[in-house]
Ligand binder design. Sequence first.
Ligand SMILES: Cc1cc2nc3c(=O)[nH]c(=O)nc-3n(C[C@H](O)[C@H](O)[C@H](O)COP(=O)(O)OP(=O)(O)OC[C@H]3O[C@@H](n4cnc5c(N)ncnc54)[C@H](O)[C@@H]3O)c2cc1C
Length: 624
Amino acid sequence: MDDIIDEKKMGKEKAKSLSVAEQARETEWTLPSFVQQLFNGNVHWEHLLPFAQQDEADKKIGDEFLLRLEPFLKENLDPDLIDQTGDITEEQLKGLADLGLFGIKIPKKYGGLGMSKFNYNRIVGMVASHCASTAVYLSAHQSIGVPQPLLLFGTEEQKQKYLPRFAKGEISAFALTEPNVGSDPAQMSTIATPIDGGESYLINGEKLWCTNGTRADVLIVMAQTPPKVVNGKERKQITAFIVEKTMPGFEILHRCSFMGLHGIQNGLLKFTDVKVPKENIIWGLGKGLKLALTTLNTGRLTIPAAATAVGRVCLKVSKDWSNERCQWGSKIGEHEAVASKLSFMASNLFTMDSVNQFTSIAADKGNMDIRLEAAIAKLYCTEASWTIADETVQIRGGRGYESSPSLKARGELGIPAERILRDARINTIIEGTSEIMRLFISREAMDDHVRRITMILSPKRSLVQRFISVIKSTFHYALWYPKQWIYITRLGHSSLDPTLKKHLKYVDKTSHKLARNLFHVMAIYQQGLEKKQQVLFRLVDIGMYLFTMATTCANAQRLMEEDPEGEGLKAKNLADLYCREAKKKIKARFTYLFDKDDKFSYKIAQEVLDGNYDWMENDIILPY
Ligand SMILES: Cc1cc2nc3c(=O)[nH]c(=O)nc-3n(C[C@H](O)[C@H](O)[C@H](O)COP(=O)(O)OP(=O)(O)OC[C@H]3O[C@@H](n4cnc5c(N)ncnc54)[C@H](O)[C@@H]3O)c2cc1C
C-alpha cells in the first residue's frame, strides 16, 4: 500500500500520514483473524465453536483475587469523594500497590502478580464498576504505559531494571498525543536529537493529555528521531523512549480537568533538552509508532472490559428502579418504552460479555491476529455502554441527573448515574476514537484486496512482475468472486440449538454479501475509496454486527449445553433478541449502502464550514 500512496492525488501531508501509518502496521501472526476472514466471506467457525472459556485454574486465581479486592475498594476508596476532590491520595495509591495492582500482568519473576490478560480485565472491570478514575489510573499504567511495551519489546536488561519497580507501585504513563497531534501521529513534532555520537538523545517538545503524566515516575515518550532514507525518499522515524520524571528538563505545565474521571492525573508535559541514554530506547530506532500501535492493539481490550463492568452496574440500577418506581398506576418497567430499554441493556450486555470473553482468551493465547477483534470490542462496547449509561440516567428520571452526594444528603440511595455518564463519555475517544476505529477496521478488512492491488500498481515492481500479479489476481478473483454468490455453509455442528444455528447461518451467508460489497466498492471508488467514509463505515458496522452476533450465539450455545433449562435458555433468549435487532441494523446499512443523500449531506457540511449558515447563530451568548 505504501508503494502506491500518491502524493500528487492526495496532498503531501496526507500522503505522509498514510505512509507512516502503513509502515507501523503489525503484519505477522500464526492464526489469521476471525473477523478479517469474515469480511472476506470466509468464516472459520472452528475459531469460535466451541466457545472458549477461561481455564478453570486461571479463573480460580482471578476469583480469589477479586474476593480480596472487593472489600479493599469498598473500605478505602470513596468514588464520590474522589469525584469531588479530584484526588486519589498517596495512601490510597499505596494500598492499591500493596495489593499488587500496579503489576497485575507483570510476571512473578519480576515481582508482579503474573496474571493472565483475562484476569487483568476482570480486575480492572471490578475497579471500574466502583470508581472509573481509579480504573483509568491502573489501565493507563499497565495497558499502554511502560510495563506493556516493555513486556512486548523490552530487552531483558530493561525488564530487570523497570518491571520490579512497577510491581512495587511505581506508576507509568504513555505519551503520544501532542497539542497538534491526536489521531494522526505522523505529524508529531516532539524531537529526539542524537548527541555524543548517538550515545544519548535530547528530547524537546510537548505532550498533551498524558494520563498519569502528572504523577508518573516513568513515562514512555514517542518522539521523532532523524529520518532514514529508503529508496531515495526520506522516511519519518518515530522512536519510543523511557523517560524518568527525575530527568532534568522534564516539566509538568498543567494538570487537565475533564467532564468526568475527576480523579485522574492527566496533563500537559514539556520536555526541554531532556537527556536520555540510548539504552532507554525500546525496540529500536524508528519502531516507536509500530510499538505504540501494537501496544494499543491488545491494550485497548481493557476499555471494553471496564465499559462492560460499568454496564452491569447500570443494568442493576435500572432494573431496581424500574421495579421500585411506580408512575401512572404501574411500575415504570411495565411501560413499554422503559421495558425496551431494559431488554436492550440485557441483550447488549450479554453480547459485550461474549465479545470480551472471546478477545481476552485469544489475547492470552497470543497466536491469533486479534487487531480487528480488539478494535470491534472497543468500538462496539464503548458505544453500547454509552447508550446504556445514557438510558440509565433516563430511567432514573430527575434522580438520574442528580449527583450521588446530593441524593444521599436528602436521604436517598446515592446512585451515581450522572457520574457514570460523565465518566463513560471518554471511552469512545481515548485509545482510538470511534471514527478512527472504523477507519482502521476498514483498512484491515480490505487487506487482502489492497495487497493484490499494490502488487499490480507498485511502480517499484517491474512490468513483468506486475503482469504476473495481474494474471494471479485474475485467477484468484475468478474463483473467489463466484463463491461469494454461492452459499455453502461450513457450520457443521448439527448439535447447535436451532434458533442460534439460524442466526449463525445468517452470519455465514451475510459475510458473503459483505465480501462482495467490499469488493464492489473497491472496484467502483478505487483510490477515491478512502474519502467515502460513510460507505466504508456502513460496511464496517455490518462486519461489527456479524462478529458480535457470532460471538453471542457461540457463547449462548455453550451455556445451553451446560444448562439448557436455566441460564442457557436465558442466554439463548438474550442472544436471539440481540441478533434480531442486529439484523435490522444490517439490513438498513445494506439498503442505504450507496445513499445518494451522502453527497447532499457532505455539501451542506462544507457550506456550514464556509459560514453559509452563520445566520443560525444569532441571539446567543457564547459561553467561551
Ligand atoms: C481523558 C483523556 C485521556 C487521555 N489519555 C492519553 C494518554 O494517556 N496518552 C496519550 O498519548 N493520549 C491520551 N489522550 C489523547 C487521546 O488519545 C486523543 O484525544 C484521541 O486520540 C483523539 O485525538 P484528538 O483529541 O486530538 O482528536 P482529533 O484527532 O483532532 O479528532 C477530532 C475529531 O475528528 C475525528 N477525526 C480525526 N481524523 C479523522 C479522519 N481521518 N476521518 C474521520 N474522522 C476523523 C475524530 O474521530 C474526532 O471525532 C487522552 C485524552 C483524554 C481526553
